[in-house]
Design a protein around this ligand. Structure first.
Ligand SMILES: NC(=O)c1ccc[n+]([C@@H]2O[C@H](COP(=O)([O-])OP(=O)(O)OC[C@H]3O[C@@H](n4cnc5c(N)ncnc54)[C@H](O)[C@@H]3O)[C@@H](O)[C@H]2O)c1
Length: 464
């Protein structure tokens, strides 16, 4: 790869406009981001972009956006809908976490909004369909906390085997209870991982390093890490594992996948860990299995109903069996903290902010959850008179033909498009474009009846 060059310092600073739809001034100077693509043109005026970040987005993400020269306002709080509506009218980028709701009402007032980032795992808080219909990609960070969940699971395996949390509570209550009965080392025991995706496979590596024998069950045929072995059925796994840990998503197949029948098939005195989703385990069946001694302990980080905020809400009002669960020995209960580490938050900030930058500066929608994922390789310094057209449109017949008719006066260097049921997205780089032609090109694209949103990215290294 070519060594990074500072465009600004090498005299290649460019005056650029991001888009006629969001930019009022094409006069500012482009500032190079500290990235590996420094030898490529980024036809964009970053100074015009206004970013609103809510809910205390991690500083890693804030810094990445600021380094682009965007105008970033970062608030620690979430905003109530009416206040949000006032603020969002002005901004091109909004970054939220799980509390802020981007409803249809909010989004319909967001006239300048071009992209939204959820600095968290889920995207339920956004009306994704409406965002797509407005040509607003939504990015999130689904896998940034995999390592954190895997590490928590490792900790729990040891804690369960040694009844560590109960022993600690006892000593906090002044009770010295030193004995080794039913306390185990984990080396040589079998760990059964159900779901060998991002978390399951990370866990596999960590567990083997501690001397556990790893088997896993997954509906897909997945290559094993290290010496782990994939088994052919859940029943096989249940019959062999000393520790069973769940790392599958919530789907119609996995809801209640662990009930009495599954506990009956587990080894006597084995352990269950659920750090995936609360709906996977039938908790009353687990309570019975622990009471009977069939299951020697369990760790639960997720529950069918979870409180919306911090406080003394983990009661029978939340889930009717809560008190029974609390009364069990060697059952570790944690408030959905599997992915909650500083490192995970930092990685989330980095990933979402980088996706936003890639979309704002280059139009790439890779990683978006609500619209087609489309990208083009970057425009290079060797393509000085190239314009990048970014066009969201309704997915109806004939639009691509109309777009290409408009582009056909120029040389289409590269083009990519994709569609979902309702929305389609086209990216095209066209060369030999005079700067004076850009405005007309933009207006012609905007006039197409199926148009949802047009952006034209260019640099003023064009023929001036
Ligand atoms: N506790 C937390 O804070 C926390 C944090 C992150 C993720 N999670 C949860 O952890 C779970 C796993 O996350 P991930 O990132 O590893 O997901 P992933 O998508 O990377 O992996 C899931 C794996 O499960 C497999 N799978 C799906 N259905 C299955 C079935 N019926 N039987 C067996 N295997 C099946 C898939 O093929 C895939 O390999 C998810 O439910 C996620 O929501 C919890």
């Amino acid at each position: 790869m070519t060594a990074p060059r500072d465009i600004g310092l090498s005299g290649l600073s460019r005056q650029v406009s991001n888009s006629y739809s969001v930019s009022t001034s094409p006069q500012s100077t482009f500032r190079r981001p500290s990235s590996h693509i420094a030898n490529q043109l980024k036809p964009f005026d970053t100074k015009n972009i206004k970013v609103l970040l809510l809910e205390n987005v991690n500083t890693t993400g804030v810094d990445i956006l600021k380094q682009q020269g965007y105008q970033v306002e970062a608030l620690k709080i979430s905003l109530p809908e009416d206040e949000l509506i006032k603020k969002i009218q002005d901004v091109h980028v909004i970054g939220i976490r799980s509390k802020t709701k981007l409803t249809e009402r909010v989004l319909s007032q967001a006239k300048n909004l071009i992209v939204s980032g959820c600095f968290c795992i889920g995207t339920n808080q956004v009306d994704l369909k409406h965002a797509a219909q407005r040509g607003v990609p939504v990015f999130n960070s689904p896998f940034s906390n995999s390592r954190s969940v895997a590490e928590l699971t490792i900790g729990e395996i040891v804690c369960l085997a040694r009844k560590l949390t109960d022993k600690s509570v006892q000593l906090h209550n002044h009770n010295w209870d030193k004995n080794s009965k039913s306390n185990w080392t984990v080396r040589g025991k079998t760990l059964g991982i159900v779901g060998y995706g991002h978390i399951g496979s990370q866990l596999s590596v960590l567990a083997e390093a501690m001397g556990l024998v790893v088997i896993y069950y997954d509906t897909l045929n997945i290559m094993a890490m290290g010496s782990a072995t994939q088994v052919d059925s859940l029943d096989t796994l249940l019959g062999q594992a000393d520790f069973v840990t769940l790392h599958v998503p919530e789907t119609s197949e996995t809801v209640n996948m662990f009930g009495k029948a599954e506990f009956d098939k587990m080894k006597n005195g084995s352990y269950l860990i659920n750090n995936a989703r609360g709906s996977l385990v039938d908790i009353p069946a687990l309570i019975e299995a622990v009471r009977s001694g069939k299951i020697a302990g369990a760790a639960l980080d997720v529950f069918p109903n979870e409180p919306g905020g911090n406080g003394p809400y983990f009661t029978n009002d939340l889930n009717p069996w809560t008190n029974d669960l609390l009364s069990l020995e060697n059952v570790i209960l944690t408030p959905h903290i599997g992915g909650s580490t500083e490192e995970a938050q930092s990685r989330i900030g980095e990933e979402v902010a980088q996706n936003i930058v890639r979309y704002v500066n280059e139009g790439s929608t890779v990683g978006a959850v609500n619209i087609p994922e489309v990208t083009l390789r970057s425009v290079t310094m060797e393509e000085p008179d190239t314009v990048r057209v970014i066009f969201f449109h309704k997915n109806v017949p004939g639009v691509l033909r109309s777009v290409n008719t408009l582009l056909a006066n120029h040389n289409i260097e590269k083009q990519n498009s994709d569609s979902t049921r309702e929305v389609a997205y086209v990216m095209a780089d066209i060369s030999n474009v005079e700067e004076s032609e850009i405005q007309e090109l933009y207006q012609n694209l905007e006039a197409l009846p199926a148009r949802i949103r047009t952006r034209v990215l260019y640099h003023k290294g064009h023929k001036m």
